[in-house]
Design a binder for this molecule. Structure first.
Ligand code: 3HC
Length: 312
């Protein structure tokens, strides 16, 4: 429809690079898109604890266990931080949880893949957190104030996560032959799922155009995927590992690598709930929520009693 004066003024503010703050006027579509993206991002952090949580009890040394625990705890923190940012847009945390637990809300496809060996902890840190940072560094400049500020802190922690993953890969790649094979196998399994994290190709990305006009997104999915490949391939070479793509080749003209696309049919199946671990992941979240009900009830009852006592 026709652009209203309010919408015009809003777009001008975005174009000038101003941040939009919670109580200010915004188009309903802007609010809705942000709630969708920020809550999906929060859910990704929360569900993202599960594949790594799988290895806390089996970390090879006390030091590795401490590091992994801290990383998983950081992810819980990022999730809570992002839920708070989404709440400033007028959705409640209960509603967001309900959307996650009922399977209505998405979370990143990557967390529906299993973590089979210790080398996967390296690959997840290196590739998954690496892809996450590639997407999140530009989001520090996103137009919505609370989301932008959340990203600044989150990115600092993510870059530590990425380095710890790469460090594990370095140890494994330069360890025994069996360890090197484990590292290569982890790279083989996580490469294409990591490429999928950036979302469908630009041609199939429904939200990109509007989200970029509103500066909710800063780059297209394909731009970030290309950037990720460009940065990651030399890192794989340094490890002496091989990226599982026979068509990978440096393209001088574009100043980047040519590479194979992931299997997009697989991606859309994972989004529909049919990935290798979708049911397990969602089941674990729902169970945690239900198992915690007695505790939430207790807290609420206690708070009500305490406030009744104060009122008396
Ligand atoms: N996994 C699951 N769903 C995905 C997806 C993925 N990798 N990529 C895209 N989708 C979904 C979109 O959510 C959208 O579905 P919807 O309309 O039902 O919401 C649909 O596929 C179409 O894709 P679009 O490209 O149109 O969607 P967006 O414009 O939202 O772009 C995005 C997708 C690039 C992921 C964008 O939402 C984004 O930048 N989000 C913020 C970052 C984020 O969520 N990161 C999660 C990564 S993991 C993480 O951070 C945890 C860390 O600890 C590792």
């Amino acid at each position: 429809g026709e652009e209203t004066p309010e919408e015009r003024e809003f777009q001008d503010r975005i174009d000038r690079g101003e941040k939009i703050e919670p109580k200010e006027w915004m188009p309903a579509g802007y609010r809705k898109t942000l709630i969708r993206q920020i809550s999906q991002h929060a859910h990704s952090e929360i569900v993202g604890q599960l594949p790594e949580g799988n290895w806390i009890t089996r970390a090879p040394t006390l030091e590795r266990k401490q590091i992994l625990l801290a990383k998983v705890q950081d992810e819980a923190g990022h999730g809570l931080y992002l839920y708070s940012a989404a709440e400033t847009l007028g959705i409640s945390r209960d509603e967001m949880y309900e959307q996650l637990h009922s399977g209505k809300a998405k979370y990143s496809s990557i967390f529906n893949y299993p973590t089979l060996t210790w080398a996967d902890m390296g690959a997840v840190g290196w590739l998954v957190d690496g892809a996450a940072i590639m997407n999140q560094v530009p989001l520090q400049r996103t137009s919505y104030g609370p989301y932008s500020r959340a990203m600044i802190r989150i990115c600092k922690e993510e870059s530590f996560h990425q380095r710890q993953g790469y460090h594990i890969m370095m140890k494994m790649a330069r360890g025994t032959e069996a360890q090197r094979e484990m590292a290569q196998d982890a790279l083989n399994r996580f490469w294409y799922p990591a490429l999928m994290m950036f979302g469908p190709s630009d041609a199939n990305s429904v939200h990109s155009e509007q989200s970029m006009a509103w500066k909710i997104k800063i780059n297209t999915n394909d731009e970030l995927r290309q950037r990720f490949v460009n940065e990651t391939v030399p890192q794989a070479e340094f490890l002496g590992l091989e990226v599982p793509d026979p068509d990978l080749a440096w393209n001088e003209e574009k100043g980047g690598y040519d590479f194979s696309q992931p299997d997009w049919d697989e991606f859309f199946e994972v989004l529909k709930g049919n990935g290798p671990c979708n049911k397990e992941r969602l089941g674990a979240r729902v169970k945690a929520w239900e198992d915690g009900a007695w505790f939430r009830d207790g807290l609420t009852a206690y708070a009500e009693k305490a406030s009744a006592r104060r009122a008396a």
